[in-house]
Design a protein around this ligand. Structure first.
Ligand code: DWN
Ligand code: SAH
Length: 408
C-alpha cells in the first residue's frame, strides 16, 4: 500500500476502504475462493496535486492477460459512440488518411481503431490482453500485444514511428505509472501531434455516488484539475475538454506538447472553475463521498433483504467490472442474488469474483423470468431497456442503485 502520492510523491492517507477486493474481471471456473487474490481496496486523495487514487492494486499482468473478460464490442451504443469520437477528432484536427499516423493505447477488440483502419489511416493499436487483441487483429487492424510502456515506445521511435494522434478510451486511468505514461506520450507525439482520450469523470462519480467506478483496473479517477497538473509536469498541455455521457459520465481530454502553438479552448477554464465549485480539489468532498457510499450500501442491502423476505426472486443484469465492487463492498452473495445474466461468452458458466454468483447467458434470464433484476450495467440503461422492451421476453422489474437505490 502506497503512503506517498503516485504523481507528486507528497504524503497521502486513505479516506476510505471498500474492504478486501478480488480482481474485478477475475471470473472463476469454480466456486472456491481458495486461490483467489484479494487486496485492500483503499482510496486516497492527494491534497497537493489533487489526484484521486487507489492505494494498492494487483499487478497489471494479473488483470490484463490472455483471458481478459471485457470485450468493448458488447455494446451497440458504445460502437456508435466511438464512430462519433473518430469523426470528431478527424475533423477537428484535419487528419488525412494518406499522411497521419494514429496510435491507440488499449484498443481492446478494435471498437475505436477500426474506424481509422477502415478509412485507410496508418495506425497501431497497443493492447496487452491477447484474447481481445486477437479480435482486433481478425478485423485487419494493426495491433501489438503489449503494454504501452517505455520499451514499446523506444521500439517505435527506433523504427522511425511518430504519431500525429494518440487516442485512448477508458485506459489511461488503468496505468499505474502516469508520469511514465505522459513522458512516453510526449516522446511519441510529432511536434504538432495531439493526445486525445476519454476517461470516467470524477465530477460525475461524486455527483452520482457511482462508487462502483472504483475497482482494481481504475487506479485513478481523473478530474481536469488533477490531469492538467500531472501532465504539465511531463511537458503536456491541456487544450480542450468535452463532457461525455458514456460510462455514467466521462470526460474527453485533449493534450498537446507544451511548445506547440495550439491555443486552449474556452471550456478548459470553465470546466476547471466548475470543478472548484463542486469541491473536487477539496479533501472534505471525499469525506462526504464516503458517507454517501455507506448510505448507498445500506439502502441496497436493505432493499434486497426486504425482497428476499417477501419471497421475490432477484437476479443481476450485466456482470460488469463495477459489479465486483458493489457485490463485495455490500456483502451481496447468492443469498440475495440468484445469478447474473451477461451476453459475454467468456463470462458465462463462471462465478463472480469474491462472491461466487453464477454468470449465465440471457436465455436463462428469460426462462426463469425473475421478479427483479439489479441493473449492474446501469451505464447502458437506455440500450438495455430499449432492447429488452423490443424483445418482450421478460416481465422483470429493474433495480437501479445509481444515483439512488430505487425500483425503476
Ligand atoms: O474501463 C473499463 C470499461 C470501459 O469497461 C474497463 N476497465 C472494464 C469495463 O468495465 P465494465 O465491465 O464495468 O463495463 P460495462 O460496459 O459496463 O460492461 C457491461 C457488461 O454488461 C458486459 O459484460 C456486457 C454486459 N451486457 C449485457 O449483458 N447486455 C451489456 C449490454 C449492453 C447488454 O445488453
Ligand atoms: N478502449 C476500450 C477498452 C477499455 S478496457 C474501451 O473504451 O472500451 C481497458 C483496456 O486497457 C483493456 O483492453 C486492457 O487490456 C488495456 N490496458 C490496460 N493497461 C494497458 C497499458 N498499460 N497499455 C495499453 N493498454 C492497456
Amino acid at each position: 500500500m502506497i503512503t506517498t502520492c503516485r504523481i507528486c510523491k507528497s504524503s497521502i492517507k486513505q479516506f476510505m476502504s471498500f474492504g478486501d477486493m478480488p480482481i474485478a474481471n477475475g471470473f472463476k471456473a469454480d466456486k472456491s475462493n481458495k486461490d483467489e487474490f484479494f487486496y485492500d481496496m483503499a482510496v486516497g486523495f492527494c491534497n497537493d496535486c489533487k489526484m484521486f487514487q487507489l492505494l494498492d492494486h494487483p499487478e497489471p499482468e494479473a488483470m490484463f492477460n490472455d483471458s481478459y473478460a471485457f470485450f468493448s464490442g458488447t455494446s451497440q451504443a458504445m460502437t456508435s459512440h466511438f464512430r462519433g469520437f473518430y469523426e470528431s477528432v478527424v475533423s477537428k484536427y484535419k487528419l488525412d488518411a494518406a499522411e497521419s499516423f494514429i496510435v491507440e493505447i488499449g484498443c481492446n477488440d478494435g471498437i475505436l481503431l477500426d474506424n481509422f483502419s477502415q478509412a485507410g489511416f496508418k495506425h497501431l493499436g497497443v493492447e496487452p490482453s491477447g484474447n481481445v487483441a486477437d479480435v482486433a487483429i481478425a478485423k485487419g487492424i494493426e495491433c501489438t500485444k503489449s503494454f504501452f510502456d517505455t520499451n514499446l515506445v523506444s521500439d517505435l521511435l527506433n523504427k522511425g514511428i511518430k504519431a500525429d494522434l494518440i487516442v485512448s478510451a477508458n485506459v489511461i486511468c488503468h496505468i499505474p505509472d502516469l508520469n511514465d505514461l505522459a513522458q512516453n506520450v510526449a516522446s511519441l507525439l510529432k511536434e504538432d501531434g495531439v493526445f486525445v482520450f476519454e476517461e470516467p469523470y470524477l465530477g460525475a462519480m461524486i455527483e452520482k455516488i457511482s462508487y462502483d467506478q472504483i475497482y482494481d483496473e481504475h487506479i485513478y479517477i481523473f478530474s481536469a484539475i488533477s490531469l492538467q497538473t500531472a501532465f504539465a509536469r511531463q511537458g503536456l498541455r491541456l487544450i480542450d475538454t468535452e463532457k461525455q455521457t458514456t460510462h455514467g459520465g466521462s470526460m474527453r481530454y485533449h493534450f498537446c506538447l507544451d511548445e506547440s502553438e495550439r491555443v486552449p479552448a474556452g471550456q478548459v477554464s470553465e470546466v476547471i472553475a466548475a470543478e472548484k465549485e463542486q469541491g473536487l480539489d477539496n479533501a472534505g468532498t471525499y469525506d462526504k463521498f464516503r458517507e454517501n457510499c455507506e448510505t448507498s450500501k445500506y439502502q441496497l442491502r436493505t432493499l434486497l433483504e426486504k425482497l428476499k423476505d417477501e419471497g421475490a426472486s432477484v437476479c443481476g443484469y450485466g456482470a460488469t467490472s463495477k459489479s465486483t465492487t458493489v457485490l463485495n463492498y455490500c456483502g451481496i452473495g447468492l443469498d440475495l442474488i440468484a445469478f447474473i445474466s451477461d451476453t459475454t461468452p467468456i463470462k458465462q458458466g463462471k462465478y463472480t469474483p469474491g462472491t461466487n454468483i453464477p454468470v449465465v447467458e440471457p436465455d436463462v434470464f428469460y426462462e426463469s423470468n425473475p421478479d427483479y433484476a439489479v441493473l449492474f450495467a446501469w451505464n447502458h440503461e437506455k440500450e438495455i431497456m430499449d432492447k429488452e422492451e423490443k424483445l418482450g421476453k421478460s416481465s422483470v422489474k429493474w433495480i437501479r442503485f445509481v444515483p439512488l437505490v430505487e425500483i425503476i
